[in-house]
Design a protein around this ligand. Structure first.
Ligand code: AMP
Length: 193
């Protein structure tokens, strides 16, 4: 594998599918950055920044944060060319078709290498979210987020499959097994290019 730059990866999957955990492991394994829009928005709310506090109201209800707020945090990160140079694993973004198109525009010639769909059944993610107990992990919010995943985010699976960027990974193994399968998919992608 000749790799002169970091991989550019998107992690798709329902909330509670393990994107955060796997994103962090991938970042340290490949020396790339883990960019979680949920985390960026939560940090911005904790810091008392107005846009972050606006975002928190949506997050606590289990709704999607409006695109202008999300795009501001994403564009700010990608304004630093190193983000693209080191490579990144995007976790929780894009979540809508519009965000996917915006991501293409931001990346320009530095197109994505691979989109990983972490596949975990709904009953399992519901139990995981309940156990996690974050501010936004109420039953109501969990239900709303899963419905939004189906209507807004799931169509991105086809969007990226059509572009031959999709790898579906069974997210039901142990953390190590899932991680191994993702690393294999990334390695295969670079070997093929
Ligand atoms: P996460 O940390 O990925 O579970 O995201 C937590 C919450 O942040 C979501 O339920 C949304 O309210 C918000 N959020 C994170 N990423 C996005 C995004 N790309 N678009 C809209 N809302 C987002």
């Amino acid at each position: 594998m000749t790799q002169t730059r970091g991989p550019r990866i998107v992690l798709l999957g329902k909330q509670g599918s393990g994107k955060g955990t796997q994103g962090e492991r991938l970042a340290s394994n490949f020396g790339m950055h883990h960019l979680s829009t949920g985390e960026m928005l939560r940090d911005s709310a904790d810091a008392g920044i107005a846009a972050g506090l606006d975002a928190k109201a949506y997050m606590d209800r289990g709704e999607l944060v409006p695109d202008d707020i999300v795009m501001d945090v994403v564009e700010e990160r990608f304004a630093n060319p190193r983000e693209v140079e080191y490579g990144f694993v995007l976790d929780g973004f894009p979540r809508t078709r519009q965000q996917a198109l915006d991501l293409d525009r931001i990346l320009g010639n530095n197109a994505l290498d691979l989109v990983i769909d972490l596949d975990v059944p709904t009953e399992v993610v519901v139990e995981r979210m309940r156990a996690r107990g974050r501010d936004d992990d109420t039953d109501d919010s969990i239900r709303r987020r899963l419905a939004l995943y189906d209507s807004e985010t799931k169509p991105l699976v086809d969007f990226y499959r059509d572009r031959s960027l999709l790898a579906t990974i069974d997210g039901m193994g142990t953390e190590d097994e899932v991680f191994g399968a993702i690393v294999d998919a990334i390695t295969a992608r670079f070997a093929a290019s």
